[in-house]
Design a protein around this ligand. Sequence first.
Ligand code: 5GP
Ligand code: ZN
Length: 118
Amino acid sequence: MSDCLFCKIVAGDIPSNKIYEDAHLFAFHDINPQAPVHALVIPKRHIETLDDLTEPDRELAGHLLERTTHIARLLGVAEAGYRTMINTRSDGGQEVYHIHVHILGGKRIGPMVCRQSS
Ligand code: 5GP
Ligand code: ZN
């Protein structure tokens, strides 16, 4: 998608701090890290949200998860542990509408807290 930020990162039109790339995936450091390690893993193909995955994307989805564990190992956080997160649409806190897995680590992230605001 031509005006998608993450498609532009995959294309190299917007610079990023690349961690990993293969034929289907791209991983890079988050520009606004929420932990000492904060990486994003994305499919190269533009898919807007987790909810837009369909049956033909099954292999890609498996590859995305398996490579996420590989990238966590590359980043040195696998043994101590890390948080993975996929935010979906507005209530899920998604800001960039190109599916991405967050990897957060390098410190104790602690339990997940969802504050009830309404
Ligand atoms: P979301 O809120 O959609 O789950 O996560 C989007 C993430 O993309 C945020 O953590 C944000 O910091 C990151 N981000 C937004 N723009 C850029 C950018 O231009 N480069 C990089 N590397 N990360 C970005
Ligand atoms: Zn995109």
